[in-house]
Design a protein around this ligand. Structure first.
Ligand code: SAM
Length: 483
């Protein structure tokens, strides 16, 4: 497609913000924006993200062809390009703009764009490959895979979807790998102490939760300074005697699986050299495997297992958490880590390709074909039968996504047997199971085809003479209206 031969009022798309934009917030949460890094907001609009990030001690400058045309476009560690591509009418200019932003990014370029699922919010006439609104602004709404593909094509880098419509293109391999590692196993937090006793306690806690002793460089400075003074053999003896061995063993098993998961995911996203792995992962490999090669071979086998239907089905049947239906396994966010590693890999691969939405409650992993959905039930814990709010799905073969919002729907699907989505030792599982048992005894599940949506469920409750008080099933009094 060539020049559209007309121009839109691009600057009018820039809105005033009272808080960080969704992409800047995501990048901040993901640890990409911190005080030591120089940040450039490319196409900063009115500059509200720049001001908000300055308040968070970030070194940030903004440039915009309309609002800040004279500001400098200097290379920066992080370049943010927030909702710029979607306002550009000409596809060739989109690519050129992306190329310019990439040339300025030393570590990571963070690109976000508005998505096709917002179509109902953008009114106007079709123009070129988008919509021209009555205010004279243009919007090309991107499909998630289209945005990722465009960023990959132009930058030639391995991209990660941080969330739907937010793509990280890393120039620095170490930064990409450290980001992937954090997605799998968030870094352990140290109880910081300036006293020797406190430092030793923190060290023991680290060993118990990682399954191995840390290297000095892994500890925060005050603790590292104290540990460095200690006699190494006396410290090893102290750790042997103090750390609870059963916790160390359990953590070693978990760290081994997390490392395999990381390496398999890395293969999915493009494997880099050992030296570019984050230090903690290098040390895990040394502690829990005979060699990097052995770890990679096992990780490769894990990724192969993900393609094996009968293996995946077996893993779903054996999962300690989740509800298995004839087509998929559904698992609550809180219980995700209780799934077998191959299923955690399944979910991570989908998340890297399409981005996990900001809000979700259950993940659904299909076993016939490979597709993951993140389903949002905002009142999962307070509502005995939570109602769905949104469903975001990615097909792992085509990487195509679809999104469905149930906001404003009058007869939403709802959940029954809530405890089945959780691991058995979840703190709420017992209470939810008691409600399910009561509902079964009351005959409320006798006609499953009637109770899947709000109206059908309410009608069935009324017909059987019950209503719900929190998570308790209570007999309806004759004077209580039905329906
Ligand atoms: C929807 S606004 C987003 C502004 C800001 N990033 C935000 O999220 O608040 C789009 C911005 O892109 C800017 N813009 C348009 N064409 C551009 C280009 N070729 N390069 C950089 N920015 C551009 C516009 O001036 C406008 O401020």
């Amino acid at each position: 497609m060539g020049e559209p031969g007309w121009a839109s009022e691009r600057h009018r798309t820039a809105i005033a913000r009272s808080c960080l934009s969704v992409p800047a917030r995501q990048a901040f949460i993901d640890g990409q924006l911190y005080p030591d890094r120089k940040i450039l907001d490319f196409g900063c609009g009115r500059g509200d993200d720049v001001r908000a990030l300055k308040r968070l001690d970030c070194q940030i400058t903004g440039w915009d062809p309309h609002f800040q045309p004279h500001a400098q476009k200097c290379p920066a560690d992080v370049v943010l390009m927030t909702y710029v591509l979607n306002v550009i009418e000409d596809p060739a200019e989109r690519r050129e703009t992306l190329r310019t932003a990439w040339a300025l990014a030393r570590t990571v370029l963070i690109v976000s764009a508005r998505l096709t699922w917002e179509r109902s919010k953008v009114h106007g006439d079709r123009a070129a490959d988008g919509v021209l609104t009555s205010r004279g602004t243009f919007q090309h709404l991107f499909a998630t895979h289209e945005l990722r593909q465009l960023v990959e094509d132009v930058t030639g880098s391995r991209c990660v979807a941080a969330a739907p419509g937010i793509i990280y293109a890393f120039r620095d391999e170490a930064a990409r790998l450290s980001y992937l590692a954090k997605r799998i196993a968030p870094q352990l937090t140290w109880a910081v102490s300036h006293e020797a006793d406190g430092a030793i306690k923190a060290l023991v806690e680290y060993v118990e939760s990682r399954g191995r002793a840390p290297r000095l460089e892994e500890a925060p400075r005050p603790i590292a300074e104290i540990i460095a003074q200690l006699n190494p053999s006396a410290m090893r003896k102290l750790l042997r005697e103090t750390a609870r061995q059963e916790l160390v063993d359990a953590s070693a098993r978990r760290s081994t699986l997390d490392t395999l998961l990381f390496l398999a995911l890395e293969l999915f996203n493009g494997r880099g050299p050992f030296a570019s792995l984050p230090l903690s992962v290098q040390l895990d490999i040394r502690a829990f495997f005979s060699s990097y090669r052995e770890a990679c071979n096992r990780a490769d086998r894990l990724l192969l297992k993900l393609r094996d239907d009968s293996y995946v089905r077996g893993a779903m049947s054996a999962s300690r958490a989740g509800k298995l239906t004839p087509t998929a396994l559904y698992v609550h966010k809180r219980s995700l880590d209780m799934m077998p590693t191959v299923l955690r890999l399944y979910e991570h691969c989908a998340a890297i390709a399409a981005g996990r939405p900001e809000q979700w409650t259950l993940v659904k992993l299909k076993h016939d074909g490979r597709a993951a959905s993140w389903l949002h039930y905002p009142d999962f814990d307070s509502d005995p039968h939570p109602r769905i709010c949104s469903d975001y799905q990615v097909d792992l073969r085509s990487l195509k996504t679809s999104h469905r919002s149930y906001e404003g729907s009058t007869n939403r699907p709802l959940l029954h047997r809530k405890h089945e989505f959780l691991a058995p030792d979840d703190p709420h599982a017992a209470r939810y199971r008691r409600l399910t048992d009561a509902e079964v005894r009351a005959g409320l599940y006798a006609k499953p085809h009637l109770i899947g949506t709000e109206a059908g469920w309410e009608a069935e409750l009324a017909r059987c003479g019950w209503h719900l008080k929190g998570h308790r099933l209570v007999k309806r009094r004759p004077d209580q209206a039905s329906g």
